[in-house]
Design a protein around this ligand. Structure first.
Ligand code: NAI
Length: 295
């Protein structure tokens, strides 16, 4: 079985939020024709602004001070992107659909079901979910052999990793095609079965949860825990610095999700400290204060 990557030209990204905008921007840089879809025009406008900012950053890094080259790069990439609120129309042309809508199983199932009969028979469906089982998301689909997870990381323009998730039905051709697709987007692809948290979050969540528990028990200060993990375990960032970057609300959501999945596991019991921080709006870097103060 060989890859079908040469047939992948039109990419539809559903959901123009943080992740959808990142994925769409980088797919456009890679030369794909991208259509980004969201519920209303305002959200698409915001996404377009975000994509332009990202492209400028990527362009500056790539071409240093060469303003002509930077502008050319931005314009060429932007030319590859269009947007729409009419998913059912644009999906007819899609070779691959990447879903990055709200993290809600029913919403994702419904979205994929709505396009199942409309998309070309050859089109591949992929979900960018962080935590939901891909097989559940694909439940109502008639194209299980062309279904998979493509888990990008935030910010998409910076993070090199792409987790490719295979459900038991994912065909070898689909798998090879999405691996090539990831590589074309400049990502290093790793493969994982459809297991909770895939690779990165499965390992990261227990680690992050235990660091908060250490702090709550008073075992060590956040500064010392961060320092210890940087100098003793070679981590580029300590767990509290990383929490502030990811967002305390996102950390809480992930932890709550794991708690619901494994209610007996103490690691994921609700954290009074995290709950209080979320209540007080101390969500990390994005609000100016989290475990550390950035104001
Ligand atoms: P977000 O909230 O920034 O964006 C979601 C977008 O989807 C919104 O603009 C919303 O209007 C749109 N949307 C909702 N329902 C829709 C529908 N039926 N049709 C079209 N658009 C719809 O969310 P974010 O952070 O971008 O996450 C999206 C997905 O990516 C989630 O499944 C999340 O778990 C996953 N993810 C998030 C990461 C992160 O760091 N935020 C990292 C990796 C994956």
């Amino acid at each position: 079985m060989t890859s079908n990557i040469e047939n992948i030209k039109n990419v539809v990204v559903v959901g123009a939020g943080l992740m959808g905008s990142g994925i769409a921007g980088m797919a456009a840089v890679a030369g794909f024709q991208v259509t980004i879809v969201d519920l209303d025009k305002k959200l698409l406008e915001k996404s377009k602004e975000q994509i332009a900012i990202t492209l400028e950053r990527v362009g500056r890094k790539k071409f240093k001070q060469n303003e002509t080259k930077i502008n050319e790069f931005i314009q060429n990439s932007l030319r590859n992107i269009s947007d729409s609120t009419d998913l059912l129309e644009v999906v007819k042309n899609a070779d691959i659909v990447i879903e990055a809508i709200v993290e809600n199983l029913e919403a994702k199932q419904k979205m994929f079901q709505s396009i199942d009969k409309i998309a070309k028979p050859s089109a591949i469906f992929a979900s960018n979910t962080s935590a939901l089982p891909i097989r559940e998301i694909s439940k109502n689909s008639t194209r299980l052999d062309r279904f998979c997870g493509l888990h990008f990381f935030n910010p998409v323009a910076v993070m090199k990793l792409l987790e490719v998730i295979r459900i038991p039905e994912t065909s070898e051709t689909t798998y090879k095609t999405v691996m090539d697709f990831g590589a074309k987007m400049g990502k290093t692809c790793v493969t994982c079965k459809d297991t909770p948290g895939f690779i990165v979050n499965r390992l990261l969540l227990p680690y992050m949860s235990e660091s908060v528990r250490m702090l709550e028990r008073g075992d060590a200060s956040k500064e010392d825990i961060d320092m210890a993990m940087k100098l003793g375990a070679g981590m580029p960032m300590g767990p509290f610095e990383l929490s502030d970057l990811v967002g305390i609300d996102t950390m809480k959501n992930a932890r709550d999700f794991y708690h619901r999945m494994a209610p007996e596991n103490e690691l994921f019991f609700p954290s009074p400290l995290i709950n209080k921080m979320v209540q007080e709006g101390k969500l990390g870097l994005k609000t100016g204060e989290g475990f550390y103060n950035y104001k």
